[in-house]
Each structure stands twice: as structure tokens, then as C-alpha cells.
Design a protein around this ligand. Structure first.
Ligand code: SF4
Ligand code: SF4
Length: 128
């Protein structure tokens, strides 16, 4: 889930707040985003994808928040890694970082399939 926002890297564009599907982020009075509700984060990485300044860090752990050292993350090379490895924006023409999201098509098609729907329905929690 969303863990860190580096105000010194942020350009105040507000894009992360705009694309966040769960309103986990909000813009502060200084136009720097704030983590408004970390528990609402669904670890979708959209904010990382759209942040051209690589000013955000989303941790892959979608179950619980982690206490991360901002300096260690900054020095780790992880800032912007997801955007780069997804072939986003300036990385789109780089053959090393081609966008592989099309590979999810088969997964989504399977999820929509009539064969899988009864199994998914069976996974839904029942009322006590
Ligand atoms: S997308 Fe990045 S640069 Fe823009 S407001 Fe969010 S953190 Fe700042
Ligand atoms: S990872 Fe997704 S849900 Fe979480 S803050 Fe970023 S855009 Fe919002």
C-alpha cells in the first residue's frame, strides 16, 4: 500500500490524487499530496504510474502498512521502478521496458468466463 510521499520531489501536479480510485490521497494546502486514508489503498500502483516525478512509493504488501525508512527507499532505486518497468511515459519507446499489461487480458477474460463465475460466487462470504 501507499507508504511514502517525497515532498521535495513532488511538483504539485495533483495527478496521483486524480487517478487514485479509492481517494486514499488528498492534496494538502501546499499542493503536496497527503496520505488521507492509508487503509483505503488497494495497492494498484496507479499513483506511481502517473507520477512523472517519481515522488511516491507504494509497497507491494497490500495487507498491512509497513514502517519504512524514507532514506533507505530513496537510496534503493525503487522510486519510479514500477513506472519504468511498466514501459510508461518516457520509457514507452525503450525496448527493455515494454508495457506488459496486455498480458492481463487472458486473466480478465478468465474472470469474466461463465466457467469461473460460479466458483467466484462460491468464494463470496455468506451472512452469519
Ligand atoms: S503525481 Fe507525483 S508530482 Fe504529482 S502531486 Fe502526486 S506525488 Fe506530486
Ligand atoms: S496505490 Fe492505488 S489505491 Fe493506493 S494510493 Fe496509489 S492510486 Fe491510490
Amino acid at each position: 500500500m501507499i507508504e511514502l510521499i517525497y515532498s521535495d520531489l513532488c511538483n504539485g501536479c495533483g495527478k496521483c490524487v486524480e487517478v487514485c480510485p479509492t481517494n486514499a490521497l488528498s492534496l494538502g494546502t501546499d499542493a503536496i499530496p497527503l496520505i488521507r486514508d492509508q487503509s483505503a489503498c488497494q495497492t494498484c500502483f496507479m499513483c506511481e504510474l502517473y507520477c512523472v516525478s517519481d515522488a511516491l512509493y507504494v509497497d507491494p504488501d497490500c495487507e498491512q502498512p509497513r514502517s519504512l525508512d524514507p532514506h533507505a527507499i530513496r537510496n534503493s532505486g525503487l522510486l519510479g521502478q514500477y513506472r519504468r518497468d511498466s514501459g510508461w511515459n518516457e520509457w514507452a519507446e525503450n525496448p527493455h521496458y515494454q508495457n506488459q499489461h496486455w498480458r492481463m487480458d487472458g486473466i480478465f477474460a478468465l474472470a469474466r468466463s461463465a466457467e469461473l463465475q460460479p466458483k467466484l460466487a462460491a468464494l463470496k462470504p455468506t451472512k452469519l
